[in-house]
Design a binder for this molecule. Structure first.
Ligand code: 5GP
Ligand code: ZN
Length: 113
């Protein structure tokens, strides 16, 4: 989608520190990390957010979780990690391309703010 930062990263138009790529998804370090490890897993295809995912995207959504756990393992997050999907303004979403945050490398607080 034109004007979408993550679509531009998927296309290689904007540089990113990529840690995983496959035909369906891409994972790269967040430019403004909120934890020692902060990676974003995104589908290559543009979906605004989780609510834009129709039932035929079920396998894709599962794939993103599988990639997220593989990323966590590759990043050495044996002590644990957190996956976050922000949706909409109240959810704290700032980039309108579906993404899963993989956060770890320190003890994370709960509940989140
Ligand atoms: P959200 O707030 O939508 O859940 O998460 C968006 C995330 O994308 C934020 O953590 C933000 O730091 C990250 N981000 C925004 N622009 C860029 C960018 O150009 N490159 C990378 N790698 N991350 C970005
Ligand atoms: Zn996009």
């Amino acid at each position: 989608m034109a004007g979408c930062i993550f679509c531009d990263i998927v296309k290689g138009k904007i540089p990113a520190k990529i840690v995983h790529q496959d035909p369906l998804s891409l994972a790269f370090h967040d430019v403004s990390p909120k934890a020692p490890t902060h990676v974003l897993v995104v589908p290559r295809e543009h979906l605004d957010d989780l609510d834009a995912a129709t039932p035929e995207k079920e396998l894709l959504l599962g794939h993103l979780l599988m990639v997220a756990k593989e990323v966590a393992a590759k990043q050495g997050l044996e002590g644990g990690y957190r996956l976050v999907v922000n949706r909409g303004e109240d959810g704290g979403q700032t980039v309108d391309h579906l993404h899963v945050h993989v956060l770890g490398g320190r003890r994370l607080h709960w509940p989140p703010g």
